[in-house]
Design a protein around this ligand. Sequence first.
Ligand code: FES
Ligand code: FES
Length: 180
Amino acid sequence: MTHTSEELAAMIVSVSMTVNGNATTLDVDPRCSLADTLRDSLGLTGTHLGCEHGVCGACTVLVGGEPARSCLMLTAQADGCEIVTIEGLSDGDTRSPIQEAMYQAMSFQCAFCSPGFIMSTVALLAENPNPTEREIREELSGNLCRCTGYQSIVAGVETAVEILSSQNILSSQNKERSGQ
Ligand code: FES
Ligand code: FES
């Protein structure tokens, strides 16, 4: 079935969302996935597309702080939402603590899966700052890696826990010193 240009125009929807702290409004095809909008309209190609069927987790982003598979979510469903992608974690060339931990632990090989694992780890540690190895494996079981065998990724998450907890100790010591 073909549509007239008037019918196609009528199918465009306006979506307003905040992406990595930036408010943005876009006119999108209602059939467009959030992953495609992030990559093609906003140039945020750090969100990777593997299976495009909700299986591999490579496309994971945070929607309202919760991990979501952006290949399965329509952009229109993100209207009014706060989205964080892998690009939103680092400050320029400075890696976030979780990225630094994964780097130190040499967690990845080809790294195609890395944005999804890192975003899932951000969500995991926000909810559970000190997970056991079993909890890490369970929480990241929805992300697939074809290269590593997962041990180095788990080690990266454990390194992230150490880095974040030492940062928290330092920041509470600084607050105590400054009487806050
Ligand atoms: S690309 Fe979305 S889950 Fe695989
Ligand atoms: S490091 Fe290659 S897919 Fe995970």
